[in-house]
Design a protein around this ligand. Structure first.
Ligand SMILES: Nc1ncnc2c1ncn2[C@@H]1O[C@H](COP(=O)(O)OP(=O)(O)OP(=O)(O)O)[C@@H](O)[C@H]1O
Length: 256
């Protein structure tokens, strides 16, 4: 059944002339269905850029990005909007909840925007799993950071997207709240068959993943499966002493 998401020879360049930054240099990577995959790498290595390109939040200069069988890089803006609305979910470091809406309204907002009706049984199951039953009528300001992120996780899951993208989903949380979110993400994958791709700086967070891919300077240089935090940490350390920017950066990307 193919892959949940993939990038083939993807290049991303920001700016022009002196200010030009090549953020992605010919990325080839595929993400399996029903797996939790972490993307790691040093600051500035291109993790967020890769995630944004995979999720259709940003365009690429060259190469092909797919969600399922759909080639995102062939879609126009309207097509990309539809993919983002109907087929992917997002969890951000800053939670990104609307302050004037209750937890329940925030969770149901993506469905409301898409004009879809919530499946009550599925909604109840998610609320039960994130343990928010007694907080549904609270506004974000009345919730702790961990509770707000659980609302954001429920919001991402409620529409049953093909892929959920997380950008440092535990980056703003203390270790206990972070662990709750990570356990929840893993449960979503194992129990509900969700596919999740998350960017993280944290070896402990990455250890919850089925697989970790490592970026250095816009290239995928390593990956590990069934990682432990120690293995992730060792791999991160070994990256520091390996591949810097290649002498031959390859053909310059053609602007789209
Ligand atoms: N909008 C932009 N304009 C110009 N350069 C950008 C832009 N966004 C990112 N970059 C550059 O692209 C490179 C990759 O950035 P990106 O944010 O993807 O890295 P990252 O690995 O997610 O970093 P971090 O871990 O610090 O968040 C960096 O050199 C960054 O400065």
């Amino acid at each position: 059944m193919g892959n949940a998401a993939s990038a083939q020879d993807v290049w991303k360049v920001y700016g022009t002339g002196e200010a030009q930054v090549v953020a992605l240099r010919g990325i080839n990577v595929a993400f399996e269905w029903q797996k939790l995959t972490a993307i790691m790498g040093p600051s500035g290595s291109g993790k967020s850029t890769l995630m944004h390109c995979l999720a259709g939040l940003d365009t690429v200069n060259r190469g092909e990005v797919r969600i399922g069988d759909t080639v995102l890089t062939q879609l126009n803006d309207a097509g990309l909007t539809k993919v983002r609305r109907d087929r992917v979910g997002f969890i951000f470091q800053q939670f990104n909840l609307l302050p004037t809406l209750t937890a329940k309204e925030n969770i149901l907002l993506p469905l409301a925007i898409a004009g879809r009706k919530p499946d009550q049984r599925w909604f109840d199951k998610i609320i039960d799993t994130v343990d928010l039953g007694d907080r549904l009528s609270h506004r974000p300001s009345q919730l702790s950071g961990g509770q707000q992120q659980r609302v954001a996780c429920a919001r991402a899951l409620v529409s049953r997207p093909q892929v959920i993208f997380g950008d440092e989903p535990t980056g703003n949380l203390d270790s206990q709240s972070g662990a709750e979110i990570l356990r929840f993400l893993r449960t979503s994958v194992r129990t509900f068959g969700q596919t999740i791709i998350m960017v993280t700086h944290d070896p402990n967070a990455a250890s919850y993943a089925d697989r970790v891919v490592f970026l250095v300077d816009g290239q995928i240089v390593e990956e590990v499966t069934d990682p432990t935090a120690d293995l992730v940490l060792d791999t991160m350390r070994s990256l520091d002493t390996r591949l810097g920017r290649p002498d031959e950066p390859g053909p310059p990307p053609e602007p789209r």
